[in-house]
Design a protein around this ligand. Sequence first.
Ligand SMILES: [Zn+2]
Length: 113
Amino acid sequence: MTTKKLREVMRKLRKRVPTDKPIRVIRRPYPVEINEFMGYCIEGRPGYRVIVNSNLSPEMQVETLLHEYAHALCWPGQLEVGRIEAHDSLWGIAYARTFRAYYEEISRKERNY
Ligand SMILES: [Zn+2]
């Protein structure tokens, strides 16, 4: 997984499930064994920033991006700080929309269907 590849996923997500503000994805290496750290979403300027742990497997980096993208979709009030409330039904719907967009727009083409 490269930053370029993850940004390509982002571009396609934006088309299918646009957010109210731009999202920038950043890959950074973190020790995977520490709290199983995967990533987070914060409100930056002028939009959102999604941080993805680049030490994860390629599949888990995409999964983390989808998860964090869903947080941006149902911002504000969905700060990713490990609270269970951050993963309520509103986030669940946002995640379903994000996952479906990924599945239909991206993974299908990669499988050459
Ligand atoms: Zn989360």
